[in-house]
Structures are given as structure tokens and as C-alpha cells.
Design a protein around this ligand. Structure first.
Ligand SMILES: [Zn+2]
Length: 387
């Protein structure tokens, strides 16, 4: 009898130890706060709950950084972190918040669009919880997120997600995927409220251009491209041709399919006057046939299995020993974004959006994206925000 009690106590302690060892890193990951310094161009920061009050006090209530220009002009929204496991967009958005100055027009930036997905992970795929980017003042630590919002924020999932308002049947998981819940509704599931708040922002502010930054597998056909609906296709095409001619990288245009619902590049265009552009930069880390999902693979995009597949012409992007680094991916995002603004401004000079302080592809590849991040230790406390 006494022996049995001792065994139970020991087993209980072992269970508690396993629970702590497994749970504590996840708890810390969820509560990690990454400092972002509001740069010289930031004039205001607010949260989406200003638009949809029911988001208040939820993890999904993400921040919007506003950069008002020196003179009025057009308006653009830049979104990153729709899929928090495609982090080149997040790094690009933070680079813009910390460095961009708007000469004409207004820029809205949402770096962690799905803030719940930013706090989620994928243990089954062995995702690292963090990755570090070297800077002149030390390593800047980023949290690696997941594609979908955490069930801690939105649960239970339905058997099938019935898209609103088109009633198209989507995978149950897509109810937590903020690139399937557009245009959303104010009283729908949490992720629909996030996309609805962004729709309202675009409609209320009369935003002309929305950029949604993503990453896609090298084995997926819709990669290394700009996805745009009919009304935005012309600007997308000129931007694509210009970066190819002037900066030497490919970024073809993919038409937004009219029958595939819930995606930003479809619904933003259909439910507002805004022209949406979804940018895909290749991210070898997300391909299935790679080695271990390490931080190194996330940052340099070099993988021997993809290299052998490239030689058999199985990839949809050029791929060699150089891999596909974070700097290249972020550089493509800044260059394509700036080029879309430039081409739009040429066509509509009164509605121009002009920025300075944002480096383009070649500069980021040469200097490394870390060289553009500001040191929070040297910033004024009131300019520091946390993502
Ligand atoms: Zn994505």
C-alpha cells in the first residue's frame, strides 16, 4: 500500500515535470514581446478595435501604424503576417515602420495581421520558436508563427468552413486563416472580424492600394509573383516588368481567380474601391521535401533536396547553391511595393504615394536587412511598441 502511494507521487511529479518542460517554452513564445521603434515617419498608432470594438482585449486586436505624408495624396495599406510562418513580410513591414518617411500621401502598415497566428506554432513540423537577425547593435529576435490563428483564440472549428457571404465550402482550418476570411463580418468568428475591420479601414479611409505580403513554396506554381484582380492587373504588370528590367529579378503576375473566395486579392477588390496586390516571395523553408526545419534554412533558404529537385526541373523558381535568403525575399517585397506605388503615382499624380528611406532589393541583399533595424535601447521610450 505504501509502495503504491510512492509510485503515484513519483508518476505525478514526472507528469508535472514533462508538462512544465513542454509547456513553459510555448508559454514564453506566446508572451514574447518584440520591440518595434516607430521611426521618423510614424504619426499615429491605433488598434483594429477602434473600428470593430468587439476585438478589444483579444490577442487578435492588432496594431496599425500610420505614416502621414508631408503633403496629401493617395493612401496605401501594407499588411504582413497574414500567414505568420512566412516572416519576410513581417521584417519588411518593420523595416518600413522604422525607416520610411512619406513625402506625399498616407501609408498604413499592419505588421502582424493575424496576431494570434504570430503566437501559434507547428510542433508536428518542428518549427523553430524564434529566429535571430544580426544587426550592428546585436541580434534582433523574431518570433516564428504559424499559418493559422491559435485555437486558444478561436475554438471550436466547424466541420466545414462556410465562407461568408459566398457560402463556398472551405476546409475547416480556413476559419482560422486570415487569407480565407475576407471580406468578413463584424459579428462573425474572430478572424472574420479582423478582416472586416481591415475592409472598413480601406472603405472609410478611401485607400487606393492594399499590399498583402506572403511567402510561398518553390514547388507551388503561385510563387515569386504578384497576384492581382482584373482592375489592378495593369499596374501589377508594369511593376513586374520594371523590376525585371531595372533590378534583375523575376516576379510574374498571376490573375486572382474569381471563383476562389475569401482571399485578400479577390475580396478586397470586390468589396471596396481599393486595388489589392498579394506579393509571394519564394520560401524554401515551407517546401515539403527539405531537410530539418532549422533557423538556418529559414534564413538562407539553402537545401540540398530542393537543389536536386531544381536540377530535375521540379521547382517553379530558379534555384541554385545560393538558395533564397531572407534578404532576397524582403528585398523583393520592398522593391515590388515601391514600384507599385511609383506606377500608380505616375498614372494618378493627384493620388500619388511617395516614400523615402526604404531601401530596394539590391541594397538589402548587399547590406542585410538587419542593418535597417533600429536599436530600441537608443530610442525614446514613447516611440517603442511591441509586436
Ligand atoms: Zn501566405
Amino acid at each position: 500500500m505504501k509502495n503504491e502511494k510512492t509510485v503515484k507521487i513519483i508518476l505525478g511529479l514526472v507528469f508535472a515535470a514533462v508538462l512544465l518542460a513542454g509547456g513553459l517554452p510555448l508559454w514564453k513564445h506566446r508572451h514574447y514581446r518584440m520591440p518595434v521603434v516607430a521611426g521618423p515617419g510614424v504619426t499615429r498608432v491605433f488598434r483594429l478595435s477602434e473600428i470593430v470594438p468587439s476585438l478589444k482585449d483579444s490577442v487578435a486586436d492588432t496594431k496599425v501604424y500610420v505614416l502621414d505624408g508631408r503633403e496629401p495624396g493617395g493612401k496605401a495599406l501594407v499588411m504582413a503576417g497574414t500567414h505568420a510562418n512566412e516572416p519576410a513580410g513581417l521584417l519588411t513591414a518593420i523595416l518600413m515602420i522604422e525607416n520610411a518617411v512619406v513625402e506625399k500621401g498616407t501609408l498604413f502598415i499592419i505588421p502582424s495581421f493575424n496576431a494570434s497566428a504570430a503566437r501559434n506554432t507547428k510542433p508536428g513540423d518542428g518549427y523553430p520558436l524564434y529566429f535571430d537577425i544580426p544587426t550592428a547593435w546585436g541580434a534582433k529576435r523574431f518570433r516564428m508563427g504559424n499559418r493559422d490563428a491559435s485555437p486558444l483564440e478561436q475554438w471550436p472549428d466547424p466541420d466545414v468552413y462556410i465562407h461568408y457571404p459566398d457560402k463556398q465550402l472551405l476546409s475547416y482550418l480556413d476559419v482560422r486563416n486570415t487569407n480565407r476570411t475576407w471580406p468578413g463580418r463584424p459579428d462573425g468568428p474572430l478572424m472574420e472580424r479582423v478582416t472586416f475591420a481591415a475592409m472598413e479601414l480601406m472603405r472609410n479611409e478611401k485607400i487606393q492600394i492594399a499590399i498583402d505580403m506572403h511567402g510561398a513554396e518553390t514547388m507551388f506554381p503561385v510563387t515569386n509573383c504578384i497576384v492581382a484582380p482584373e482592375k489592378a492587373a495593369r499596374i501589377a504588370t508594369i511593376a513586374s516588368m520594371t523590376v525585371k528590367a531595372m533590378e534583375g529579378f523575376d516576379n510574374h503576375v498571376e490573375p486572382s481567380p474569381a471563383n476562389f473566395r475569401g482571399l485578400s486579392h479577390r475580396e478586397i477588390g470586390d468589396y471596396s474601391e481599393t486595388w489589392p496586390f498579394l506579393l509571394e516571395a519564394p520560401i524554401p523553408f515551407l517546401d515539403q521535401p527539405t531537410g530539418p526545419k532549422t533557423v538556418k534554412l529559414m534564413l538562407d533558404g539553402k537545401d540540398p533536396f530542393l537543389l536536386s529537385l531544381a536540377k530535375k526541373k521540379k521547382l517553379f523558381v530558379p534555384y541554385d547553391e545560393e538558395g533564397w535568403s531572407m534578404d532576397k525575399r524582403a528585398g523583393q517585397h520592398t522593391s515590388v511595393t515601391l514600384e507599385i506605388f511609383k506606377q500608380y503615382s505616375k498614372k494618378y499624380p493627384d493620388m500619388a504615394i511617395k516614400l523615402s528611406g526604404v531601401p530596394r532589393y539590391a541594397e538589402i541583399v548587399k547590406n542585410g536587412i538587419g542593418s535597417y533595424f533600429l536599436d530600441p535601447a537608443k530610442a525614446e521610450p514613447k516611440t517603442i511598441y511591441y509586436e
